[in-house]
Design a protein around this ligand. Structure first.
Ligand SMILES: Cc1cc2nc3c(=O)[nH]c(=O)nc-3n(C[C@H](O)[C@H](O)[C@H](O)COP(=O)(O)OP(=O)(O)OC[C@H]3O[C@@H](n4cnc5c(N)ncnc54)[C@H](O)[C@@H]3O)c2cc1C
Length: 434
């Protein structure tokens, strides 16, 4: 949309990416298009088409760029990663082709930080190479945004841990080689010490998928989001990731810059809807003129442009503050981006659907999928309301109460002080002013 890169060599890479995604990745979305298909690394036909593309990405030095150089990344800062993710945002297969798909990207970071050598050898390299996929299993049927309602437990039994409980919306579990499961290990501890994280390998006895829920509009049983019953699942002592009771410290590692990348992918999708809207405006004639001649269409386009620009600057600013090492501003920026992501997509996609009429809401355009994606954006990784509460608390943290009875900006109070300050001038005689 707008060129922000000041590094010509990197800009060349972005230009290559744009062309490559359009020519090579978008066709994958059209053909391998089952729900969650881009996570299904067991589909040998799809993967046969994907692997040569992954090779080309590697050759360009653009594979898994979110990783630190020790893990094979380029050491790109968040601004560069954000610009790359914007390009991937309009596609489903893009992140897999470029080695940065969720939840594998975050789970790889957990393994790199907390995995044993054996776990790393077995899972980290294949995950980084895109040969396997993984799952993150935290949400429970009785609630996701408040861990205090979680009931899944892990109890020590000899050298093992035994996990029991039910988890909801564990995406990609059906294809995952391992699942990272959050469980209560000390019910009486404060929430910050109550939960631990475990690595559960595929095929472990007692991991029962009750069903694979889909998103609205997807057919029953084809979904990618597993409802799982962990029924006396026995794992060894070293399956615990990080310290006992410190699941949130482990979870924190996987969020890192990921939220910036997701926001930029949302922007990529919203930009695609905006471009579709513009094309429709000049293509469709009704009631004697092109849609582009109607005032409401012009308002849709102008509003969408301004909103896209605002959102893009917001997210890139958040990325830039992280690159500057300004953690507090980074957190404020990430929270703001999380809050705006569903709104921006919903508003712009809503207008694009409206301008395309019945075709817009049909399954012959991508807009209906984006509509669901917008709603999902307000839930994945915590509901918008919670991000709003956290952001507002952060913003209020250092704010002091007004010193007097009235607010600091109370005009009569300030006026009295101003009169006092300017009294010598107000009391100047005609002679003084002459
Ligand atoms: C596409 C998709 C993929 C997902 N993948 C995974 C996954 O791989 N692994 C996993 O563990 N989870 C996953 N989730 C689940 C996600 O983390 C939860 O949906 C989220 O945490 C919210 O939990 P919930 O759905 O139980 O909603 P609830 O916690 O029941 O909240 C419902 C609503 O209540 C309101 N609300 C809640 N708390 C407050 C509050 N404090 N103040 C005001 N209003 C409030 C909000 O409107 C909220 O949307 C996924 C979700 C989606 C949509």
């Amino acid at each position: 949309m707008w060129n922000f890169s000041t590094d010509p060599e990197f800009q060349e890479k972005l230009d290559w990416m744009k062309e490559f995604v359009h020519a090579e990745v978008e066709p994958l979305d059209l053909v391998f298009n089952e729900p969650g298909h881009h996570h299904n690394v067991t589909d040998r036909r799809a993967m046969a088409a994907v692997r040569p593309l992954q090779q080309q990405v590697r050759k360009q030095g653009l594979w898994a760029c979110h990783l630190t150089p020790e893990l094979g990344g380029q050491g790109y800062g968040q601004v560069k990663l954000a610009l790359m993710n914007e390009i991937l945002g309009g596609t489903n297969w893009g992140p897999r082709v470029f080695g940065c798909q969720a939840p594998d990207s975050g789970n790889a970071e957990i393994l790199a930080h907390f995995g044993t050598e054996a776990q790393k050898e077995k899972y980290l390299q294949p995950l980084l190479q895109g040969d396997i996929t993984s799952c993150y299993s935290m949400t429970e049927p009785q609630g996701g945004s408040d861990p205090r309602v979680f009931e899944t437990t892990a109890v020590k039994d000899g050298n093992d841990w035994v996990i029991n409980g039910k988890k909801w919306f564990s995406s990609q579990a059906r294809w995952a080689s391992f699942i990272i499961v959050m469980a209560v290990t000390d019910r009486d501890a404060p929430p910050s010490d109550r939960y631990s994280m475990f690595l559960v390998e595929r095929g472990t006895m007692g991991v029962n998928i009750i069903r694979n829920s889909g998103l609205a509009g997807e057919s029953e049983e084809s979904g990618a989001h597993a409802y799982i019953h962990y029924d006396n699942v026995r794992v060894p002592a070293d399956a615990i990731l990080g310290q006992e009771g410190k699941a949130f410290d482990v979870a924190q590692v996987r969020l890192g810059g990921g939220r910036i990348h997701h926001a930029m992918r949302t922007l990529g999708a919203a930009t695609k809807a905006y471009e579709m809207m513009k094309e429709r405006a000049v293509s469709r004639f009704t009631q004697g003129s092109a849609l582009a001649q109607k005032q409401s269409t012009l308002q849709y386009i102008a509003q969408s442009y301004v909103e896209l620009l605002q959102f893009r600057l917001l997210v890139l600013h958040a990325a830039w503050t992280i690159d500057q090492g300004d953690k507090e501003s980074g957190q404020i920026g990430i929270g703001s981006a999380k809050i705006m992501s569903p709104r921006i997509l919903q508003d712009i996609v809503g207008r694009a659907i409206q301008l395309h009429g019945s075709l817009g809401i049909s399954n012959e355009l991508v807009l209906g999928q984006y509509w669901i994606k917008a709603a999902a954006q307000g839930l994945v990784d915590g509901p918008t309301e919670i991000h709003e509460i956290k952001l507002a608390k952060r913003l209020l943290k250092d704010v002091k109460p007004a010193k007097g009875l009235f607010p600091t900006e109370h005009i009569p109070t300030r006026k009295a002080a101003a009169y006092q300050k300017l009294k010598p001038y107000l009391e100047m005689s005609k002679e003084d002013l002459a």
